[in-house]
Design a protein around this ligand. Structure first.
Ligand code: ATP
Ligand code: MG
Length: 435
């Protein structure tokens, strides 16, 4: 007897009965990204560990606690991607995508890996959809990025999701803010968690993102970044707001958003909802003007966002938004007798070539069981062929929804005869092979 192996904790299966939901939202995301002129990028599941240390940042939760890092047999340190921005930025540089002209716009759909406490909306393997723009400093790019995320939510019919925006300034003006934060937290040192104590010197802004209750309490009264950002950053932020207003995208300014990854500068944003419990951020993003340079490229102002697909599906579910059901079998051909089986097999192929969904028996069942199966899979039409039908060269098709029947020839006229009746009831894009 074999031993049943279970899935790894924090990783989930997406089963055939549910995958249509994923396909639907992924399709909406891809189409929306493409309408903004973005093209898909696919990068490897794993990267050299140093890529994430350098880009996501040594002092972030992701790098300090959440990465799946291992040494290969060759002694290289490899990490399963905890997010998509670093890999996409690496690929942008490695393949000199800037040579094709800036801005470069790419979107991705990928799995991410983070060693976190698994719970609803927080998994160890999860899925992200994200968009990245390289080489665009203007505030219009920020507004465009936010619009793209927002229109995905709109297209999916999600309404109670709130956009919160903030600016965390540039490298220069952040220095003042960082020292103000540092002296503030210094005076509350005794209440900080050990991780935040270690952040105090290296990156006090990270403390604002800590999930520890005691740290959160102190962070609430910390100085806010908007009081410290420089004139340029402030003007940039105002422009982002102007363009969001122009596009009728509603937002609130939330000066406590700093985002959990180190590479952000200027605009940061989150889409949050209160309908899925504690894991309320569905989408997060912002500008990362220093990242490409940090990875060895020319200074390239860039920005992006990522949304968690599991959380998005939870929102759809909580808001009772119906996802269109996948198409079912157009015609099930049941057959009885050897000649009939062979003929059915050929006819099924013809139907599929015309882009219809067609099925027949592949397990050697009797007629009754075949019809039961046709019913179970929700076939729109069924047809039974016996050896007698072959000699008469015709068979009856039944509309499973209302029981209506019609006859079709079993020769080369079969497909046209069936399609004519089929199209009276259903719409379909039919493709005929080029001959
Ligand atoms: P959180 O504050 O919830 O931990 P985060 O700031 O770590 O989120 P990001 O790194 O910005 O998240 O990732 C973008 C999006 O990916 C999140 O808004 C969320 O929807 C999703 N996400 C992040 N971590 C997980 C996870 N462990 N499981 C499922 N989805 C996740
Ligand atoms: Mg996190």
């Amino acid at each position: 007897m074999g031993v049943l192996t279970k899935k790894v904790k924090g990783a989930e299966d997406i089963l055939p009965a549910d995958s249509y939901k994923w396909q639907f939202v992924e399709d909406v995301m891809k189409k929306e990204a493409e309408s903004f002129g973005f093209k898909e990028i696919r990068t490897p599941v794993f990267e050299h560990t140093v890529l994430f240390n350098r880009s996501v940042g040594e002092t972030t939760d992701v790098v300090q606690k959440e990465m799946y890092t291992f040494d290969t047999k060759g002694g290289e340190s490899i990490t399963l991607r905890p997010e998509g921005t670093a890999g996409a930025a690496r690929a942008y540089l490695e393949h000199a995508l800037y040579n094709n002209g800036l801005p470069v716009k790419a979107y991705y759909l990928l799995t991410c890996y983070r060693y976190e406490k698994a719970q609803a909306g927080r998994q160890r393997e999860f899925h992200q959809f994200g968009m990245e723009t390289y080489g665009a400093a203007d505030a219009k790019a920020d507004a465009e990025m936010i619009c793209a995320a927002s229109s995905i939510f709109n297209r999916l019919g999600i309404d109670n999701i709130n956009l919160e925006i903030n600016s965390i300034g540039c490298k220069t003006c952040r220095k003042d803010y960082t020292s103000a934060l540092k002296s503030y937290f210094e005076s509350h040192k005794s209440d900080l968690c050990p991780t935040c104590l270690s952040r105090l010197d290296r990156n006090p802004m990270r403390i604002l993102d800590c999930k520890n209750e005691s740290c959160k309490k102190i962070a609430k009264d910390a100085p806010t970044v908007l009081e410290y950002i420089c004139g340029d950053c402030s003007a940039h932020f105002e422009k982002v707001k102007t363009f969001l207003d122009a596009a009728d995208v509603e937002y609130t300014v939330n000066p406590t958003i700093v985002r959990g990854l180190d590479y952000y500068t200027r605009t940061v944003f989150e889409f949050v909802t209160d309908c899925i419990g504690a894991q309320s951020t569905v989408c997060g993003g912002g500008r990362y003007d220093g990242l490409i340079e940090e990875l060895g490229g020319q200074p390239t102002p860039s920005l992006g966002f990522a949304m968690g697909i599991e959380r998005l599906l939870m929102v759809l579910d909580a808001q009772k938004i119906e996802i269109p059901k996948p198409p079912t079998c157009d015609l099930y051909i049941a057959s009885l007798g050897e000649d009939a089986e062979v003929r059915a097999f050929g006819l099924i192929k013809e139907l599929r070539e015309a882009s219809l969904i067609a099925e027949g028996d592949i397990v050697g069942r009797g007629l009754r069981a075949q019809m039961k199966y046709a019913d179970k899979i929700g076939a729109k039409f069924s047809m039974v062929i016996g050896d007698d039908d072959i000699s008469e060269n015709k068979a009856k098709v039944k509309n499973m929804a209302n029981g209506d029947q019609f006859e079709v020839p079993l020769d080369e006229e079969f497909l046209n005869a069936f399609l004519e009746k089929y199209l009276e009831n259903y719409q379909k894009n039919i493709s005929m092979s080029l001959q």
